[in-house]
Design a protein around this ligand. Structure first.
Ligand code: SF4
Ligand code: SF4
Length: 212
């Protein structure tokens, strides 16, 4: 079998800036997915908010169930026995123009960007795709930003016990997104942050500020 080819993930700084903007505005991301549909076949539960009326009207009610831990009206769509989204037909999204915001904002490059791993046999397809992305890291600024995002992800992963309960997301996608949101803290050493507990407080504050 031929080796899977690398994919050009783009200039890291540009990608990071675009991703920040998309996260701040809850906006659609522009991923050059090509023929890939791995995230539609990787046993993901798709969250749909109550105000996503266009998506809700195009998905049969029997495919939706209440999202645990979220306010009433938030629902999840599951997957079939193969791990495929039930709206995937003949390899393409049958509700593409009406797909949920979760699908519109998904960008699997957050994993190579942060170094956060996903595992499990149901995630093999997406893991293969993630391994193909290669960012352009030619300038010093790009290298520094890339290191900062990795440091942020490493801190969230390895110091998780220092965080209060529920302060960190429980899934790798949200953890990678959090690392991207707070990476500024790891760009320049802050003299006020002298130890890990102070960094934990700073991370929580930075995340709150980003989301506000
Ligand atoms: S796995 Fe990545 S490249 Fe493939 S469809 Fe999903 S976001 Fe696009
Ligand atoms: S709704 Fe469409 S884009 Fe979203 S997971 Fe299902 S098939 Fe993929």
């Amino acid at each position: 079998m031929p080796e899977p080819q690398d994919l050009e993930a783009g200039n890291f700084s540009n990608w990071l800036s675009d991703t920040h903007t998309a996260l701040r505005n809850d906006a659609e991301t522009d991923v050059p997915c090509g023929e890939c549909n791995a995230c539609c076949r990787s046993s993901y539960f798709i969250h749909i908010k109550p105000d996503e009326l266009s998506s809700l009207s195009h998905i049969p009610d029997e495919l939706l169930f209440p999202a645990p831990g979220l306010p009433e009206g938030n629902v999840l769509m599951g997957y079939d026995e193969k791990g495929h989204c039930p709206m995937l037909r003949d390899g393409v999204c049958s509700i593409y123009d009406h797909r949920p915001a979760t699908c519109r904002s998904y960008d699997c490059r957050i994993f190579p960007a942060t170094g956060i791993q996903i595992s499990g046999k149901e995630k093999v397809l997406i893991t293969q795709q993630i391994q193909r992305w290669k960012f352009n890291l030619s300038e010093a600024d790009e290298i520094n930003e890339h290191k900062a995002v990795h440091k942020a992800a490493s801190f969230l992963t390895h110091k998780s016990k220092l965080f209060p309960p529920d302060a960190l997301p429980g899934n790798p996608t949200q953890l990678a997104i959090m690392a991207i949101k707070v990476h500024d803290l790891f760009l320049e050493p802050d003299e006020q942050i002298v130890d890990d507990p102070k960094m934990v407080d700073a991370v929580i504050l930075a995340q709150e500020k980003f989301d506000s």
